[in-house]
Structures are given as structure tokens and as C-alpha cells.
Ligand binder design. Structure first.
Ligand code: G6P
Length: 611
């Protein structure tokens, strides 16, 4: 949460900062600001989005070739102009942007207040910038020393970029838990929360590690750690198609990403799923496969939509490979003293690879001696660097805050992993394995078929957009899909929605059912089909409005449900990949019709780098 961008070089900095912030806006969009600081610093900031910042800056002096920018997801203090970053120290020596939380800010603030500092904002960040200045002035030291000393006094998380007005021509960056990546050009450097602002600008990047401090000048980059002056520089190539940042003719990124799924899923299994050879090859897991096969237990940790993918992973791995699986919210796992050790394999799933709770769960599991694997979309992310091995989902940049193509890519990786494990462990025959491989290969074409009915979903959305509450029900593989359907609707349309296992409805949700309650029921042809038909009857008897998702050719459900959505028939293990698409489309269209901000829903952010 919160996006940081910085630049120092010879190009006009303001357009680079604004363009960079737009690409990082998914990380938070409560307020935005920039500081342009070649000689005298100019700071512009306001509540609202980057376009509000641009409007407020219009006509002002933006000349300069060095500066920093920030887009905020509020933690401490309301999203107003004063709390917006950059923050300036009391005597004006330092300017700072920050992503993270300074947990001991109130203690530090009180100490600084005792020493005469006053505070304009309610933020923890203003405490940090003043602490740096206090140490700088008291110790009569260099800016870099003051920053490093101040950071040793801080508890919490940070990615920061600091400018010292007395030492122009230099950016100082540091990270602990909040990501920062340095882009290296000819006589110029970028710094950003992720690689998106660097795409099309530089070819080489350095991912900063925890406790790294970077001193960045126009022609010099020095990387140290908080504790030592030892440089640790590892260059990575950056290869991102800047076309990924366009909406590609769609009204919203989310719609573009929904429609990209036939291609993104193909990209996920490209080179890994080999139908001609009846093989699955997951290079990232090659070396750990023996340990994975022998695992006494697999624990999947994740948050949000990735946690829903994890639940599907549990069903898949237990069903196909017969290895016990537990799925945990990373935030619960990390704090509940879990029993985990060398016999376990922990799989962390994260689109961004930067979710704070998921990373903390990974660290805990590694310390306990478990083999830790990652399923991650963003290359070079913290997750990809902190796990023992893993699989990239290759879904491409996902910009809409509500996850769509990243989810189906995660499920695709989990299907391939479960199939490979099942085959290697002998719980799947060669014939079953080959048949599933062929079917997975045909999933993108089935998704194309569902997407071709977009008009139908538009009309369905028109009919149901004004209901205040929805229930989503499913059994087996379709239960996590029901959870995901409810999450999609609530996060982008602000309609209350609950997902439930269909049989559990009798233990609570049925009390809510009447003619004002739409119930979305996944009624696919699997082993619990007869049971779900009974559930549909029970719902109908309470006069609730049923929207049923069925397999093509279903003849029973249309007689019971008010509206029927047909998706291609197939093996139950692929249910999630197909059944989630109508739910994404319904949520999208309802959100648009209700005038909500589809791509940047209120209070949410895509990358949750705070606890
Ligand atoms: C936020 C996003 C969700 C995402 C979740 C986990 O809540 O809005 O879309 O599923 O974080 O993020 P991750 O990057 O770890 O998958």
C-alpha cells in the first residue's frame, strides 16, 4: 500500500513522477504528492487521485530533474492534504515519502515534542522525517548517517526515499518489509515501489533487500546495509511490455483483465503443459519435487482472493495427489503459534508477492524448517526472493484492484501442480493424467465461449443491481468459487455479499432468505449435484431469487431457478476456472451501473504491505 517513485538524472522529473505514480496508483489512491528538488524544493500535494494532483499543480513551477512522489493509502490520519506525502521536517532540512507503518511513532513523537518539535499532520511519517532531522542537527552529521541512525530507532516497516535540502543531487532510499526497486539508466536512476514505473525507462534494476540503504546520485549509486558499508548489488534485467499499462480499448482495467483470461491462462501453462507429450513440466519445482511428493502435509498461506485460490488448491491436491492440505489466512498463521516444521511444505500464494502477512508467514515457516514454495505473479517480488522455490503465474500486470486474471492463473498453477503430484505419486493413472492435461488445454476456448455472452451478463446486472444483499452458494470445488463471487461483488459494488457452502445455508443464511434476497447458486454436474438440487428447492420455498450457474445441457435447474447461466461442461477439477467468469462479469457490470469506481474501489488497495 502506498506507492513511491523517485528520479534523479537529466530529464524533466515532473512528467516521470506523474506517469510513475499513475502506474502505482493501484497501491493506494487517497492522496498524492510530489517534491521537485534540484536546488530549492517545491512540494505539491493534495487529497484525491493523481489526476487531482495534476489539476492542482497545473500552471505551477515543475522545472527540475530530481524529485520524489507518493500515492497514499491512509493508515495514520485521514486522507487529506496535510496528511499527504511528501512530509517535510520542522526546520525544512528533510523531505520524505514513506510506505509502511512506524509502529513506535507515538513514543518517538512524544520525545521529539519534548525537544521542541511540533507536528502538522497526524501521520507516523512526519515523526520519522523529524527524527532524521533531529539526529542530523544534534549530531552535526551527514544526511546519510542521520537516516541510517534514525532507522535503527524505528520499529515497524518502511520503504522510504529521503531528500536533504542541504545535500541536493542525492536521493537516499531504505527499506524494511515495504518493497523498493532501483532502475538504472545512463546517468540517471529511478526508485519505485515496484517495476511498473520503470517499464520502458530502464533495462536494469536492483531489488532492494530489507535493511538496504541506497545513496543515489546522478552518476553514482552506492548500496549499503543499515549495519555495514558492504555493497550488495545484484542486477536484474527488466523486460516489461509497456502496452500492459493501457486499457486496450476497454472502459476499465478490470474488464480488460477479465477478457484477457483465455490468453493469460495460456501464458500460465505455456511451455509447462505439453498435451502432445502428455506431460506437465514445472521447472521452478523441479529440484523440490521429491520433497513435495514426500510431504507429510502441505500448508497453503495467502490473503484475499489468493486465499480463495488456496482453498481450491486444497481440494485439488487432496483429491488428485492424496496429500493432506491445510489452508490458512496468512495473518492468522503468523500469529497463532502454528505447528509447522521440517516435514511440512508451505505454499504461499500472492499476486503481488508483497502482501505483508503472507511474507511474514513465509519467514515464520522458513525459520521453522519447512520447505517454502511461492506461487506469485510479480517477477522479482519479495515473495519470489524469499521462498525456496516456486512458480510464476505469468498472468501479466494486473492493475484493477479486484483480482481476476491473477486468480485464474493461480488456480491454473495449482491444477498443474496437483496433476503432476498425483501422477508422480501414482494416485492418477497415465490415462487420467493425459485426459486432464488435454482438458486443461481446452479451458481457454471454453472461457472465450463464456465471455462471448457479455451482453447477457449486462442484462442480468441491470435486473439485480439494486438489491442490497446477495448470497453465493456452492459445494465442493464450487464452494471457494462462491466465496470469490461474493468477494468480487462486495469489493467493487459495495453490495453486501456472503459466500457459503451450500449445505451450511441451513445453519444460518436461510434465515435471510425471502423475495428480496438474490442467491447465486453454483449447481454444476458433480457428485453433489443431487444435494444442490435439494438446496435449490429449499431456497425456492423461501421465495428467494435464484441465479443458478449450471453446465450446458442441464434440464432440471431451469425449472427451479429464476435465471440460469450455462457454462461448458467438463471435469469438476476445472470448475473454478469456468464458473468464476460469470461472477466476475456480473460484479463488474453491477459496479459500473451503480457508478462505483471499478478499478479503484473505495478503501482498498491492491498490494497490502501493512498488517
Ligand atoms: C488485496 C487485494 C486483493 C488480493 C489480496 C491479496 O486485498 O485487493 O485483490 O487478493 O490483497 O494480495 P496478493 O497480492 O497477496 O495476492
Amino acid at each position: 500500500m502506498c506507492g513511491i517513485v523517485g528520479y534523479i538524472g537529466s530529464r524533466p522529473v515532473y512528467p516521470l513522477l506523474v506517469e510513475g505514480l499513475k502506474r502505482l496508483e493501484y497501491r493506494g489512491y487517497d492522496s498524492a504528492g510530489v517534491a521537485i528538488c534540484d536546488t530549492t524544493a517545491r512540494i505539491y500535494k493534495c487529497s484525491g487521485k493523481i489526476r487531482d494532483l495534476e489539476a492542482s499543480v497545473s500552471g505551477k513551477d515543475t522545472q527540475g530533474t530530481a524529485g520524489i512522489g507518493h500515492t497514499r493509502w491512509a493508515t495514520h490520519g485521514k486522507p487529506n492534504d496535510v496528511n499527504a506525502h511528501p512530509h517535510v521536517s520542522g526546520n525544512g532540512h528533510f523531505i520524505l515519502v514513506h510506505n509502511g507503518i512506524i509502529e513506535n511513532y507515538s513514543v518517538l513523537k512524544a520525545k521529539l515534542q519534548d525537544r521542541g518539535y511540533t507536528f502538522k499532520s497526524e501521520t507516523d511519517t512526519e515523526v520519522l522525517v523529524n527524527l532524521i532531522e533531529y539526529i542530523y542537527l544534534k549530531g552535526k552529521t551527514e544526511a546519510e548517517v542521520a537516516v541510517r541512525l534514525a532507522l535503527t530507532k524505528v520499529a515497524g516497516t518502511y520503504g522510504i526515499v529521503v531528500i536533504c535540502n542541504d545535500e541536493p543531487g542525492q536521493l537516499i532510499a531504505a527499506r524494511r518489509s515495504s518493497p523498493l526497486v532501483i532502475g538504472i539508466g545512463a546517468g540517471e536512476y529511478f526508485i519505485a515501489s515496484d517495476t511498473s514505473p520503470l517499464a520502458g525507462q530502464v533495462q536494469s534494476v536492483i531489488y532492494m533487500n530489507d535493511d538496504d540503504v541506497a545513496i543515489i546520485k546522478r552518476n553514482e549509486l552506492v548500496l549499503k546495509t543499515l549495519a555495514t558499508d558492504e555493497p550488495r548489488i545484484k542486477l536484474h534485467n527488466l523486460n516489461i511490455d509497456t502496452g500492459e499499462f493501457d486499457k486496450g480499448g476497454y472502459d476499465h482495467y478490470m474488464l480488460k483483465e477479465i477478457f484477457e483470461q483465455p490468453v493469460s491462462i495460456t501464458n500460465t501453462f505455456r511451455g509447462r503443459l505439453l498435451p502432445d507429450k502428455n506431460e506437465i513440466r514445472l521447472g521452478g519445482l523441479f529440484h523440490v519435487m521429491p520433497r513435495l511428493q514426500e510431504a507429510g502435509r502441505i500448508i497453503i498461506v495467502a490473503c484475499g482472493t489468493s486465499w480463495h485460490a488456496g482453498l481450491i488448491g486444497e481440494y485439488l491436491i487432496e483429491d488428485l495427489a492424496r496429500i493432506p492440505v491445510e489452508v490458512e489466512y496468512a495473518s492468522e498463521f503468523r500469529y497463532r503459534n502454528p505447528v509447522v516444521g521440517p516435514g511440512d511444505v508451505v505454499i504461499a500464494i500472492s499476486q503481488s508477492g508483497e502482501t505483508a502477512d503472507t511474507l511474514a508467514a513465509v519467514r515464520l515457516a522458513r525459520e521453522a524448517g519447512a520447505l517454502v514454495l511461492g506461487i506469485c505473479n510479480v517477477t522479482g517480488s519479495s515473495l519470489s526472493r524469499e521462498t525456496d522455490a516456486g512458480v510464476y503465474t505469468h498472468a501479466g500486470f494486473e492493475i484493477g484492484v479486484a483480482s481476476t486474471k491473477a486468480f485464474t492463473a493461480q488456480v491454473t498453477v495449482l491444477i498443474m501442480t496437483a496433476l503432476l503430484l498425483g501422477y508422480k505419486k501414482g494416485s492418477l493413472t497415465k490415462e487420467q493424467y493425459a485426459s486432464f492435461i488435454g482438458e486443461l488445454d481446452s479451458i481457454p476456448a471454453s472461457i472465450e465461449k463464456i465471455l462471448a455472452d457479455n451482453e447477457f451478463y449486462l442484462n442480468l446486472a441491470k435486473e439485480f443491481k439494486d438489491f442490497p444483499s446477495f448470497i453465493f452458494l456452492g459445494r465442493g470445488y464450487c464452494f471457494p468459487v462462491a466465496l470469490e463471487g461474493a468477494l468480487k461483488l462486495k469489493e467493487i459494488s459495495y453490495i453486501h455479499a456472503e459466500g457459503y457452502p451450500a449445505a451450511e445455508m441451513k445453519h444460518g443464511p436461510i434465515a435471510l432468505m425471502d423475495e428480496n434476497m438474490p442467491v447465486v447458486v453454483l449447481a454444476l454436474k458433480d457428485k453433489s449435484y443431487d444435494k444442490i438440487i435439494s438446496n435449490l428447492q429449499e431456497i425456492k420455498a423461501r421465495k428467494a431469487r435464484i441465479i443458478a450457474i449450471v453446465n450446458e445441457g442441464d434440464t432440471l435447474v431451469p425449472d427451479i431457478a429464476d435465471r440460469v447461466i450455462s457454462i461448458p461442461a467438463g471435469s469438476v477439477i476445472f470448475s473454478a476456472l469456468l464458473a468464476v467468469i460469470p461472477m466476475q462479469l456480473i460484479a463488474y457490470h453491477i459496479s459500473v451501473m451503480r457508478g462505483c469506481d471499478v478499478d479503484q474501489p473505495r478503501n482498498l488497495a491492491k498490494s497490502v504491505t501493512v498488517e
